[in-house]
Design a protein around this ligand. Sequence first.
Ligand code: AHR
Length: 354
Amino acid sequence: MCWKKALAIAVIFILCIFQAGCSGGFHDRNESAGQEGAANDYIVVGFSQLGAESDWRNENTESMKSSFTEENGYTLIFEDGQQKQANQIRAIRMFIQQEVDYIVLAPVMETGWDTVLQEAKDAGIPVIIVDRKVDVSDEGLFTCWVGSDFELEGKKAAEWLNQYATEKGIESGDIHVVNIQGTKGSSAQIGRTKGLADAARANGWDLMAEVIGDFTRAKGKEVVESLLKQYNNINVVYCENDNEAFGAIEAIEEAGRKAGSNIAGGEIMVISFDGVNEEAIQYMLDGKIICIAECNPLHGPRVQAIIELLEKGGTPEKWQYVDEEIYSVDETVKRLTIEGADYEVTILRQKDKK
Ligand code: AHR
């Protein structure tokens, strides 16, 4: 072997050692995330979930857990924030200390994330935001976001009500609506509240009250109970999720009123969001919830696809909106047009029961 060839082999050998040292490698990742001795090349994901307030949230957690399994090549570190931003910030700092490969954040509210996301960025850990959005001064603090267009959901529900009222000949001034809002400052609350408030203003509806229902059944029931005592002419209850709607219906029935679509005949119409489970569908088929704007919780495979793309060196789209439907049990409104786009209303019938 000539000396030039020997030198080239030596250089390649040194470069290979250097490359292995710099890349970190999967084993290094697992060791730094507290997985010493892990025999497999797992990708470590720290997921800060905001809580377990609703059926939607539980479906979302389940979707994430069933995507980030060892069979799929992941170690998932799951932290439940219990509705507190401080807990979520603590979880992110812990993920940074553990040197996870990716941080996934489902933020309880939009604001207040700049500092901790800067810390994750400084540590070189990509952050994927899921479900609700973050409102930060620099969008470079996170890699991308995947979730729902909450304002569009709100617009769909409100436009459904508008068309229903028009078809039934109900005067706009005779719509007396209360809004049971979700967690204050969350994207789902902000978007859905705006959807209704804008429509109420444009159509001349009487938007009587906006009260926080925290996306829970218990709070939904509590606030509707008190609103029914305060006002005797409520005829539409717009609940920002199904769990609030379940509670609202209990309150309506306990007050001796009927939840239904015949508002001219004294019924109270309940409109809601999510539509994730059999219970919600049953409420619709029973005619108690009249319209549900879908909110899709199955983000696990979507976040997994984003991580797989990043692993291959790709660049995911920054904003990834999920397509969603609108359901009704009433056949009056079949199609909605919002800002030039058409949305078909899916009419649920008994046979659709899962
Ligand atoms: O952010 C999504 C919303 O959060 C869902 O509509 C609600 O049910 C959940 O708690």
